[in-house]
Ligand binder design. Structure first.
Ligand code: AHR
Length: 496
C-alpha cells in the first residue's frame, strides 16, 4: 500500500472556483447536433425538436458555457445559412469533416437550446474562409437589440430579445495546417486584432478569445502565442489552449499522467503571455480559455479517415470511454481547477456523441459515459475558493513525463464545507491518504465516493449504463481523516 498526505488550509487559496471551468462544446460534427441535441422525430423531442433526455443529462452534468459551432467546422461556416425558415436553408459541403451540413440548426436554435439547458452560449466566428465583415454581421444579428436590418431580421426570425452572447472565439485552431484558411501567427494575429477592434466598436465589454496552440506539441508552440499576443494583447481577454490525450502503445502509466502535459502547457502559455505583457509594459493579464480538452483516441479517427461520400451527421469520433479514460479525465479536470488563477474558462470537447460524456442512439436511448461522472461531480461540488493542497506523495516513473506523483489532487472550500478531488494513478496499488485538516478546526470526512473498477477498460453502454458509476467509499469509517484510494480511481471526499 502507498501512503500519501496533504493539507487543507483555507489560507492556501488559488482563486475563486470559476463556473466557466465547467464549459463544454457543441460542434456541427458527426452526431453532436443532429441526433445529439436535436432530433425532431425522437420520442423525447420537445416543440423545437430538442431531445429532452439530452437536455436533462446536460443539466445533470452541470454545464456552464457551451462553445459553438466549431471547432474545425467554423472555419468554413456561413452563419447566415442557419437562420430563417428551415425549409429554405442551403445544404453545404463541410470540408472539415467531409460531411453535408443541412443547416437545420443555426445560431437562433442553438441559443434557444442554451436557454432551455440553462447554459451560457459562447460563439466562434469564422476567420478561415471569412473575416471581419462577417464576424461583425453575426455580432450585430445576435446581440444588437433592434432597429437595423440584421437585428430586425433576428426579431423576424422569432428571437425578439438579443442573444447577448458575451464570449467570442476569434476563429479556431488557426495554427493547424488542417484548418481551412490556416494562417501564420502574424497573419492570424493581424486579422484577430482587426476583428477584435471592430467587434469592440459594437460592444466594448465583449470577452474575446484569440487562438493559441492546438496542442503543446505543435512545432510553433510558444512562438505562436507570443506573435499572436504581440498583435492582439490590448484587444483580447483570453488566449486559447487545446489538448487531447489517449493511451498509446499500452502505456497506461503515462496515459494516467496526461495532466503533467496540461500543467506544462498552462505554465508555458502563462509565462509567454506575461512576457509579452512585460515587453508591452502592460498591467493587463491575459487569461487562458482551455476551450478544447478531453481524452480522444484521435489515432482511430486518423486510421479510419474522414467519410468519402459527404454524409449527413455520420457517426464520427464516437469514442467509448472506459474507467482509465475517466480517471485520466479527472486528472485533467483537477489540473484545470488547480490553475484557476489563470485558466478562467474551459470547454470540454464535446458534449454529446462526439468524444462526449453523453451518448445517444438515434431514435433511442441516451446514457452517461464514464467521463460524465468526474465532470458532474466536480461541477456539483466545487464551490467557493480553490485551494492548493501541498500533497506529499510517492512518485512513479513514466515514459512520457518522467517522474510523476501517484496522487493528483485539489480542493475547494466554502462556508458549506470543503471538497477534495483526488486521483490515484497507481495501476495496481491502493493509496492511503491522510488529510491534515487542522486549519479547518475539527472537520471530518462526511462523505467519500470513488469511481473505480477491477477492469480499468470497463465502460458504460446503452445496455449497461451504470457499469461504471461513483460508489460510496466505505473505507472512511476507521479514521475520520484518512481514506483509502483504490488503484486507478477518481475520488471525491467531502469534509465538514
Ligand atoms: O473536437 C474535435 C476537433 O478537434 C475540433 O473540431 C478541432 O478544433 C480540434 O482539432
Amino acid at each position: 500500500m502507498h501512503q500519501a498526505r496533504l493539507t487543507l488550509d483555507p489560507a492556501f487559496k488559488v482563486a475563486p472556483v470559476r463556473r466557466r471551468t465547467f464549459g463544454t462544446f457543441v460542434e456541427h460534427l458527426g452526431r453532436c447536433v443532429y441526433t445529439g441535441i436535436h432530433e425532431p422525430g425522437h420520442p423525447t423531442a420537445d416543440e423545437d425538436g430538442f431531445r429532452r433526455d439530452v437536455l436533462d443529462l446536460t443539466r445533470e452534468l452541470g454545464v456552464s458555457t457551451v462553445r459553438y459551432p466549431g471547432g474545425n467546422f467554423v472555419s468554413g461556416y456561413r452563419w447566415e445559412d442557419g437562420i430563417g425558415p428551415v425549409a429554405q436553408r442551403p445544404r453545404r459541403l463541410d470540408l472539415a469533416w467531409h460531411s453535408t451540413e443541412t443547416n437545420e440548426v443555426g445560431v437562433d436554435e442553438f441559443v434557444r437550446w442554451c436557454r432551455k439547458a440553462g447554459v451560457e452560449p459562447m460563439m466562434a466566428v469564422n476567420l478561415g474562409t471569412r473575416g471581419l465583415a462577417e464576424a461583425l454581421d453575426l455580432l450585430e444579428y445576435a446581440n444588437h437589440p433592434s432597429g437595423t436590418t440584421l437585428s430586425d431580421l433576428r426579431v423576424a426570425n422569432g428571437a425578439k430579445e438579443p442573444h447577448d452572447i458575451r464570449m467570442w472565439c476569434l476563429g479556431n485552431e488557426m495554427d493547424g495546417p488542417w484548418q481551412t484558411g490556416h494562417k501564420t501567427a502574424r497573419e492570424y494575429g493581424r486579422l484577430a486584432a482587426e476583428t477584435a477592434r471592430a467587434m469592440r466598436m459594437i460592444d466594448p465589454e465583449l470577452e474575446l478569445v484569440a487562438c493559441g496552440s492546438s496542442s503543446s506539441s505543435m512545432p510553433t508552440f510558444g512562438t505562436w502565442e507570443a506573435e499572436v499576443l504581440e498583435e492582439t494583447y490590448d484587444l483580447v481577454d483570453y488566449i486559447s489552449c487545446h489538448a487531447y490525450y489517449q493511451e498509446r502503445d499500452g502505456d497506461l502509466g503515462s496515459f494516467l499522467a496526461s495532466s503533467a502535459d496540461m500543467e506544462y502547457f498552462i505554465s508555458s502559455v502563462v509565462a509567454t503571455a506575461d512576457s509579452v505583457g512585460a515587453r508591452l509594459k502592460s498591467r493587463k493579464k491575459i487569461n487562458i480559455s482551455f476551450d478544447e480538452w478531453n481524452v480522444w483516441y484521435i489515432s482511430r479517427f486518423q486510421d479510419a479517415g474522414a467519410p468519402q461520400d459527404w454524409p449527413v451527421a455520420p457517426p464520427l469520433l464516437e469514442d467509448h470511454y472506459h474507467l482509465a479514460d475517466a480517471v485520466t479525465f479527472g486528472g485533467l479536470l483537477i489540473t484545470l481547477l488547480r490553475n484557476s488563477d489563470r485558466v478562467t474558462a474551459a470547454s470540454l470537447a464535446q458534449l454529446v456523441n462526439v468524444i462526449a460524456p453523453i451518448m445517444t442512439e438515434p431514435g433511442g436511448r441516451a446514457w452517461r459515459q464514464t467521463t460524465f461522472h468526474p465532470f458532474a461531480q466536480a461541477s456539483r461540488h466545487a464551490a467557493g475558493d480553490v485551494l492548493r493542497v501541498e500533497p506529499d506523495s510517492p512518485v512513479y516513473e513514466t515514459k512520457a513525463y518522467g517522474e510523476v506523483p501517484l496522487l493528483h489532487a485539489v480542493a475547494t472550500h466554502s462556508a458549506e464545507g470543503t471538497t477534495l478531488f483526488a486521483v490515484n494513478r497507481s495501476v495496481d496499488t491502493p493509496l492511503s491518504l491522510e488529510i491534515d485538516a487542522r486549519a479547518l478546526g475539527g472537520v471530518r470526512i462526511v462523505e467519500a465516493s470513488t469511481l473505480t473498477d477491477p477492469d480499468v477498460y470497463a465502460g458504460n453502454s446503452a445496455d449497461e449504463p451504470g457499469r461504471i458509476t461513483p460508489r460510496a467509499n466505505g473505507d472512511v469509517e476507521a479514521d475520520p481523516l484518512r481514506v483509502l484510494l483504490p488503484p486507478v480511481s477518481w475520488n471525491v471526499i467531502r469534509l465538514a
